[in-house]
Design a protein around this ligand. Structure first.
Ligand SMILES: Cc1cc2nc3c(=O)[nH]c(=O)nc-3n(C[C@H](O)[C@H](O)[C@H](O)COP(=O)(O)OP(=O)(O)OC[C@H]3O[C@@H](n4cnc5c(N)ncnc54)[C@H](O)[C@@H]3O)c2cc1C
Length: 420
């Protein structure tokens, strides 16, 4: 198959020829009977892992097995915010690798992932919170991450739609800005990685659910799927909210819970908001998509579930909080709400790790915030699988940290107090 190149010439040629000559972006191979590496889960993280296995480590006999369609999980359901505004060094350095990869990802994949560094602003609503943000900003800078502390006037100047009056339900004292943070197009990330991995020889197999794992002498030797049995030398589990179920196939119990996280969008309007705004006190965040919709999200629904729809009470809570920050948006109609099943770890940080089962590896526990980590996660997980040892940047995210009491708990980096 000849792969499409999205050059100016090709775009013009295909536009003239009514787009009849594009080839499909990735092959649809039948599963082979055996692979060097099988990745379970065709979201952004699984696809990025396959790409970097091939590109960085020369391991191309790889299959990505996806039970539905590529990006149909949380990758295609998230609110697309990317940032590396963490306080703890282990987090800051890991997420900063992703930020650096986002900056050149479109060129690397020859696919426009629409990374838009429009800035991520955490609002401070009390002097104490502003002080904590000053400390976080200093820590970020010490770790080589960009950060700017804004006072109230600077916040008003940057985001004039915010209610900064003294009567505001959430009075604004300032904020912490990460200028390089922003958004990227979620589907494009899955498609871009799939296309690039396919070009390097990776088999991407959709509609292929892993139903069990076969083990011999403490090692996984094969996975049973809805499309037959596939032997594997190494197996990576990258299934977000279904991590507990899939790890259970190898008798592993993980310190994870599956929860619903909802998001919602308004009707599209002309550009009105050029910064991602988050508020821990208001428990919500708002940004504007390139299509013009105002995208909002907030807290978990608060109960365990695999259903990808949530309760209207949470929608009401998020919208009322967002409107108290942005009263001018009250005339907009809400168009859609949806949910995703997120894999909440017990310290809010991911697990990118070897396991007690020799050739089984985990990339799970992404909680609210794994989209931003997609490139870096794939990079270090590919390293972990290829070398059977963690990359220095995911050494702190090992599974055994829970047993040894080395939790990486960083409350408050995300849009809600408990989010990371
Ligand atoms: C509403 C919402 C908003 C969010 N907003 C943000 C945000 O703004 N910024 C941010 O950084 N993060 C955000 N996140 C989190 C982010 O979406 C996830 O952490 C990230 O997308 C996880 O990617 P993944 O590839 O690990 O998982 P997924 O994209 O869920 O991929 C896992 C795949 O595994 C497949 N699978 C499951 N079981 C099997 C099986 N047995 N066999 C084969 N395949 C299987 C699933 O079908 C799925 O496609 C949000 C999440 C939600 C739900």
């Amino acid at each position: 198959m000849v792969q499409n190149t999205y050059s100016l010439f090709n775009l013009a040629y295909n536009a003239i020829h009514r787009h009849r000559h594009w080839s499909t972006a990735w092959r649809k191979p039948e599963p082979a009977s055996a692979y060097d590496v099988v990745i379970i889960g065709g979201g952004g993280h699984g696809l990025a892992t396959a790409y970097y296995l091939a590109k960085n480590h020369g391991i191309t006999n790889v299959a990505v097995l996806e039970k539905g369609w590529l990006g149909g999980g949380n990758t295609g359901r998230n609110t697309t915010i990317v940032r590396s505004n963490y306080y703890l060094a282990a987090n800051a350095r890991f997420y900063e690798l992703s930020m650096q990869l986002w900056e050149t990802l479109s060129q690397d994949l020859n696919f426009n992932v629409m990374y838009s560094p429009r800035g991520v602003l955490n609002l401070a609503h009390t002097p104490g919170q502003l002080g904590a943000f000053a400390s976080r900003g200093n820590a970020m800078r010490l770790n080589g991450v960009d950060a700017e502390l804004l006072d109230r006037e600077q916040v008003a100047q940057r985001v004039p739609q915010l209610d900064i009056s003294d009567q505001a339900r959430f009075p604004i004292w300032g904020g912490l800005l990460q200028p390089r943070g922003g958004i990227a197009r979620h589907d494009a990330v899955a498609w871009g990685y799939a296309r690039a991995a396919d070009a390097l020889g990776v088999d991407i197999i959709e509609n292929c659910e892993v139903t069990s794992m076969q083990r011999e002498n403490g090692r996984v030797t094969a996975v049973e799927t809805t499309r037959g049995r596939i032997q594997a030398n190494r197996v990576g589990v990258v299934v977000a909210g279904h991590a507990g179920t899939v790890a259970g196939m190898a008798d592993l119990r993980l310190p994870l819970e599956s929860h619903i996280l909802q998001a919602m969008v308004t009707e599209p309007v002309k550009p009105v908001l050029n910064t991602v705004v988050t508020s821990g006190a208001a428990h919500c965040y708002v940004n504007q998509s390139d299509k013009g919709e105002l995208v909002m999200g907030g807290d978990l629904d608060g109960y365990n579930a695999y259903a990808r729809r949530g309760s209207p009470a949470v929608v009401q809570d998020v919208v009322s909080s967002a409107l108290s920050l942005f009263p001018d948006f009250s005339r907009l109609r809400l168009m859609r709400t949806w949910g995703g099943t997120v894999d909440m770890s017990m310290d809010g940080s991911p697990i990118i790790s070897k396991t007690p089962v020799d050739n089984l590896y985990l990339n799970v526990g992404w909680c609210y915030g794994g989209f931003k980590a997609t490139p870096g996660s794939g990079w270090v997980f590919a390293h972990t699988i290829a070398n059977d040892e963690p990359h220095p940047l995911n050494a702190a995210f090992r599974l055994d940290r829970f047993r040894e009491g080395r939790a990486l708990d960083e409350n408050g980096a995300g849009p809600v107090p408990a989010a990371h």
